[in-house]
Design a protein around this ligand. Structure first.
Ligand code: CTP
Ligand code: MG
Length: 228
């Protein structure tokens, strides 16, 4: 329904260089199960019935995006910045004219191709009536060691309350832009919201929604995508 309010829009930061992947092209363009990583993400959002618009943030110098055939409702914004935070902030500013302050924005890493429509639906269902917003995350399963900074375990941290953050992270456009504009040295949207003293909702995600970072991650991502 075009008149429904608020809207749900996806904002996908894809302006990184993939330094840890160590490949000649940025990892979001790496071929995975027959198509570039980025297309898996765009097609998943495009197939999500509740998502009204999909915005993709790429670097102004991006030489690959024009070669892709984008799914419906996808718009490319060439306003990536030097950090993920800058890319997301620039993207939020770019869409401000066509977005209401109370519209929900789902920020999702281009490097998480394992996202599914079901996970998007779950996040929206758990968060859309929330006053703050929330994110997909998974409870930590490993025993966690705090190092002494010299390669030795100093102590063991209880994992009972620990969650590993994933994306999408879903917040209101106006509040998220405000929070990100003030925050410093953060690696996700939730940190900026937490800095306002607010507590984003943790919604259980899935291991398949992991972030592809190192060369060996490509094979694991491909297994998940082919097993769909
Ligand atoms: N990203 C971005 N703008 C940046 C840096 C990162 O839009 N200046 C995006 C990446 O394209 C990715 C997501 O943020 O989709 C998560 O970042 P990360 O996994 O760290 O990707 P890269 O920064 O590309 O990888 P690396 O840190 O290994 O260089
Ligand atoms: Mg990075």
């Amino acid at each position: 329904d075009e008149m429904s309010f608020p809207s749900f829009v996806a904002l996908i930061p894809a302006a990184g260089v993939g330094a840890r992947m160590g490949a000649s092209i940025p990892k979001q363009y790496a071929p995975l199960a027959g198509k570039p990583m980025l297309l898996h993400v765009l097609e998943t959002f495009s197939a999500a019935p509740q998502v009204d618009q999909v915005y993709l943030v790429v670097s102004p110098a991006d030489a690959y995006i024009d070669e892709l055939l984008l799914p419906p409702r996808c718009t490319v914004l060439r306003c990536g910045g030097d950090t993920r935070q800058a890319s997301v902030t620039n993207g939020l500013r770019a869409i401000a004219p066509q977005t209401e302050p109370d519209d929900w924005v789902l920020v999702h890493d281009a490097a998480r191709p394992g996202l599914t429509v079901e996970l998007i639906d779950k996040l929206i269902a758990f968060v859309k009536e929330d006053a703050v917003g929330g994110l997909l995350a998974v409870p930590v399963v490993d025993t966690i060691k705090h190092s002494n900074g010299h390669g030795r375990a100093e102590r063991t941290v209880s994992r009972e309350l620990l969650w590993a953050a994933q994306t999408p992270q879903m917040f209101r456009h106006g509040q998220l832009l405000d929070a990100l504009s003030r925050a410093q040295d953060i690696t996700d949207e939730a940190s900026a919201i937490e800095a306002l003293g607010l507590h984003p909702k943790l919604v259980e995600g899935s291991p398949r929604n992991f972030k592809v970072t190192l060369p060996e991650d490509l094979a694991v991502a491909e297994l998940h995508l082919k097993g769909m």
